[in-house]
Ligand binder design. Structure first.
Ligand SMILES: C[S@@+](CC[C@H](N)C(=O)[O-])C[C@H]1O[C@@H](n2cnc3c(N)ncnc32)[C@H](O)[C@@H]1O
Length: 157
């Protein structure tokens, strides 16, 4: 699976815990300081070998995966890095996952701001545009879960 936005690594750990022993998490973040907080727990939990941490802009990591021939090889992607890049993350993840795979997109409600994005609020505009696009995207079936800050599950057809 692909995990965009590791932060302290807590949910990366959760993902690694539920994967089989030969499963792999491509864990992407630009800030190693946050990741360092939770990384020791990956080892303590015995799942460090499943986590391939890439500290660089997530777009670059996704491009590298595509360039190394890994299109349509992943089962699941979780998008929770910088909101301004959500559309690019979605498009690249859609190429990387298999048919029948799932992309989970976090914060699609963005505390309700997506209803009326301000012109100068690029993060909210970005999420709003992706929400609108997903409604009409024939490449996926979607299910929007209105829990927490909203998570959309997009199933690749
Ligand atoms: C909301 S936090 C992620 C929370 C995490 N998914 C969790 O469940 O605890 C967003 C993360 O995205 C990272 N981030 C921001 N811009 C990024 C980029 N261009 N590429 C990769 N990661 C980025 C930040 O460093 C931060 O750790």
């Amino acid at each position: 699976m692909i995990f965009l936005g590791v932060f302290t690594g807590y949910n990366t750990l959760n993902m690694a815990l539920v994967l089989p022993d030969n499963g792999r998490v491509i864990a992407c973040d630009i800030n190693e300081d946050y990741v360092k907080i939770g990384k020791p727990l990956w080892k303590e939990a015995g799942v460090e070998h499943k986590i391939d941490l890439r500290i660089k802009p997530a777009i670059q990591t996704l491009d590298e995966l595509l360039a190394s021939g890994e299109a349509e090889t992943f089962d699941f992607a979780f998008i929770d890095a910088d909101k301004e890049s959500y559309n690019e993350y979605y498009e690249k993840c859609l190429r990387l996952i298999k048919k029948g795979g799932i992309i989970a997109i976090d914060n699609v409600l963005w505390s309700g701001r997506v209803l009326k994005p301000r012109k100068d609020d690029l993060a909210t505009q970005s999420i709003h545009h992706l929400n609108e696009k997903l409604l009409r995207d024939a490449r996926v079936n979607i299910s929007m879960l209105p829990m927490g800050d909203g998570v959309t599950l997009a199933f690749k057809l």
